[in-house]
Design a protein around this ligand. Structure first.
Ligand SMILES: Cc1cc2nc3c(=O)[nH]c(=O)nc-3n(C[C@H](O)[C@H](O)[C@H](O)COP(=O)(O)O)c2cc1C
Length: 353
């Protein structure tokens, strides 16, 4: 039977129009400038910085500049703030607007980390709708940037309130809502609840971007179909797999799963990513930070364990490069199965596509 191609909808974050559904999510410790540029080279059109606490911004902590660094090709780009004090947010905005330019500003009401929620920030704001609304009003009043919020399904399974929080947030005048369809108690475990995202989308008039379990083009389509959301936030699915963006565009247009990139292309991308990390952070730090990406890029590579162990000991770029280059020879004759890489069962693939 002929499959109907997906009709690509567009949506706006403020005046910024998005014509593809995938946005690169804010990812602490991951979505730095090198990571974003790698993803952009494979079709990512809108990205977010890592979350940044309003207080760090006010104190100009040394990490701040790295988190906020960007280049003209890294656009459009949203920045994400963490905070619970309106005055802190206002002062952080002052610093931000004096020194930087972003295309949107997101408030994090989703981070489940104890060190964050203990301070009443991140997902803890799900328990205080009036407080969250006050913070969003402050942001909307003090900036011309489109303001968005990232929320969770609720604090725990007994307090699912994403829909009410979304209505509260909309009333504050924000432009879009990102919703991670897990509760704070779930952290990153268990599966995402599409029903909660669908109910939230149905309740508000502003764009809703779904987040959770976006690991392949198939998952993107499933999120869009099951929830009616306007876009999806790509998070763990992009780790070692920046191709997800262009592959999703191909899949939605052609209703066929594209081939996985060749092993040579993966290796070339690893080299590009390593170079970007070293240019940005310096050779030693760039190499150390790249280690985790080595593991992600080589997921599914046969007999990879010895190289991974050595990559985790690499301290200099040349050493890491030589381990990456070894993979070109090891790659010959390997049989990578794209379905395995995507973690999908064959029957699921056939049924759903
Ligand atoms: C390592 C890591 C860092 C993250 N950092 C942030 C962050 O800074 N801000 C944020 O709003 N969400 C953050 N998230 C949550 C993701 O944006 C996303 O909502 C979540 O991972 C669910 O999507 P997934 O199941 O497709 O990974 C992070 C997630 C991970 C795994």
């Amino acid at each position: 039977m002929e499959k109907k191609p997906y009709t690509m909808k567009s949506f706006n974050i403020g005046s910024g129009k998005l014509t593809t559904p995938c946005i690169l999510a804010p990812l602490s410790g991951i979505s730095d400038l090198p990571f974003r540029m790698v993803n952009r080279s494979f079709g990512c059109k809108y990205a977010f910085t890592e979350m940044l606490s309003a207080r760090s911004l006010i104190c100009k902590s040394p990490k701040t500049n790295k988190i906020l660094a960007s280049v003209p090709e890294d656009r459009p780009l949203g920045v994400q703030l963490l905070g619970r004090d309106p005055e802190d947010l206002r002062r952080a905005l002052d610093v931000l607007q004096r020194h930087y330019t972003f295309d949107s500003l997101d408030l994090n009401a989703a981070c489940p980390a104890k060190k964050v929620t203990r301070r009443g920030e991140g997902a803890a704001l799900m328990k205080e709708p009036p407080k969250l609304q006050e913070l969003l009003r402050t942001l909307v009043t003090h900036t011309d940037m489109p303001v968005t919020v990232k929320i969770r399904a609720g604090w725990d399974k007994n307090s699912i309130n994403a829909r009410d929080i979304a209505l509260c947030a909309q009333d504050a005048g924000i432009h879009a809502i990102f919703i991670h369809g897990r509760t704070r108690s779930q952290k990153y475990n268990g599966s995402v609840d599409y029903r909660i995202i669908r109910d939230t989308k149905a309740a508000v008039d502003i764009p809703v971007i779904g987040s959770g379990d976006i690991l392949s083009p198939f998952h993107v389509k499933r999120m869009l179909d099951a929830t009616g959301c306007d876009g999806v936030a790509v998070a763990r699915g992009s780790f070692g797999n920046p191709w997800l963006f262009e592959q999703t565009a191909y899949f939605l247009t052609n209703s066929r799963m594209p081939l996985r990139p060749s092993q040579d292309e993966i290796i070339n991308t690893m080299v590009m990513h390593l170079n970007l990390c070293c240019d940005f952070y310096g050779e030693h730090r760039g190499t150390v930070l790249f280690r985790k990406f080595f593991s992600w890029y080589t997921k599914g590579f046969p007999h990879i364990r010895p190289q991974r162990t050595r990559a985790f000991g690499a301290e200099q770029k040349d050493h890491m490069l030589s381990i990456i280059e070894e993979l070109r020879f090891a790659a010959t004759g390997s049989k990578l199965n794209p379905l395995e890489i995507y973690g999908l069962q064959r029957n699921l693939y056939q049924e759903e596509f």
